[in-house]
Design a protein around this ligand. Structure first.
Ligand SMILES: NC(=O)c1ccc[n+]([C@@H]2O[C@H](COP(=O)([O-])OP(=O)(O)OC[C@H]3O[C@@H](n4cnc5c(N)ncnc54)[C@H](O)[C@@H]3O)[C@@H](O)[C@H]2O)c1
Length: 330
């Protein structure tokens, strides 16, 4: 299959490597920044195009693309590609606003091509094991979910990530959108969502949150607690699901292992064959396109993630207990 990558930055390079590993034919990259395009072109031996239109009008157009650009560009790029009959794998978040996400979902539904939302954690082998153990009732009825994606990103506030109108939000839309998808995968559909955001960083206000917490409740009343941070140097990446008969925990620092704790407290380490989630995601996308089956996560999954965040962001704006309460407790 002939493929191209739109946006030759960090995740675009990851997609390109995964396409090469899957045996796809990479025919180009669209990248407006010359130095980034040249680096990509040297690494993968493909031509650089300034715009998606010029790639599609060229003499070797792709059958499918990965959209790996900042979120505010996703809808327009995806709609142009789908109109030209090109299949789309779109990086998360599907869009930076709920309006764009709804419109893009409608366009994807009306098109004759595959649209997949790139939620790579669905392809993490350890999370697939947790999913299958939940399905077979190994931990009984699921009660709670905990996930943290926190770490340290030095310069993120000076890049597009820190600009609300380009990214749609901060750490929550960046990492928490993965958390929502993992919650839906393991615990079912989201029924309610609340959250809180921190934007003040060492005395400096940011446009977007650098740290956030969110609680989700599923339709079956599983409660999920999620924390995300760009500014926690000793942070963690962890998923834990607790049920009536035990719990399952995956710590991303311990690849290939899931800790299963029984009701009585005994811990068993389940071994999992390691696998690269990005390579597995790209292989699934190629399979979806070639055999015409639905991708594991489509445009509706992209829309639901943005809708849950829209709910949390709209509740969190400027909410405070207010100075009167703070004075009383002082
Ligand atoms: N799934 C994951 O784990 C994961 C990880 C990182 C990033 N992402 C997502 O991937 C997207 C890109 O993030 P990144 O970290 O690679 O950013 P990045 O800044 O490293 O790369 C984005 C590139 O897109 C280029 N670009 C901007 N507008 C463009 C346009 N209209 N056409 C073509 N290229 C354009 C930029 O010049 C830049 O080189 C974001 O949506 C981000 O949330 C996902």
């Amino acid at each position: 299959m002939k493929v191209a990558v739109i946006g030759g930055g960090a995740i675009g390079t990851v997609h390109a490597k995964a396409y090469v590993a899957a045996g796809a034919q990479l025919v180009g990259v669209v990248e407006p920044v010359t130095a980034v395009g040249e680096r990509f072109s040297t690494a993968f031996g493909v031509p650089v195009f300034d715009t998606l239109d010029s790639l599609l009008a060229g003499d070797n157009p792709p059958e499918a693309i990965s959209i790996c650009t900042p979120p505010f560009t996703h809808r327009q790029l995806a709609e142009v590609a789908m109109k030209a009959g090109v299949h789309v794998l779109c990086e998360k978040p599907m869009a930076h606003t709920i309006e764009d996400a709804r419109a893009l979902h409608r366009s994807a539904e009306a098109s004759n091509v595959t649209f997949a939302t790139a939620y790579c954690h669905r392809f993490q082998p350890e999370l697939e094991l947790i999913h299958s153990h939940i399905e077979t009732g190994e931990i009984g009825t699921v009660r709670t979910f905990f996930n943290a994606f926190s770490g340290h990103q030095d310069d993120i506030e000076t890049r597009w990530f820190g600009r609300k109108e380009l990214a749609g939000g901060g750490a929550l839309i960046d990492a928490g959108i993965h958390s929502i998808d993992i919650f839906r995968y393991l615990c079912g559909e989201v029924d309610s969502a609340t959250g809180t955001l921190a934007t003040v960083l060492d005395g400096t206000g940011l446009e977007v949150e650098h740290t956030a917490a969110m609680t989700l409740r599923s339709v079956t009343h599983v409660i999920g607690t999620i924390e995300c941070s760009w500014k926690s140097p000793t942070g963690q990446s962890i998923v834990r699901v607790e049920g009536s008969e035990g719990s399952l925990t995956f710590d991303y620092a311990r690849q290939g292992q899931v800790a299963k704790q029984s009701r009585s407290g005994e811990v068993e380490i389940l071994q999992v064959s390691p696998g690269n989630r990005f390579e597995r995601e790209i292989a699934d996308f190629i399979r979806s396109v070639t055999v015409g089956m639905r991708p594991r996560t489509g445009s509706l999954d992209g829309l639901v993630g943005v809708a849950v965040l829209d709910e949390v962001y709209s509740q969190s704006d400027n909410r405070s207990l207010g100075s009167s309460i703070l004075n009383e407790v002082a």
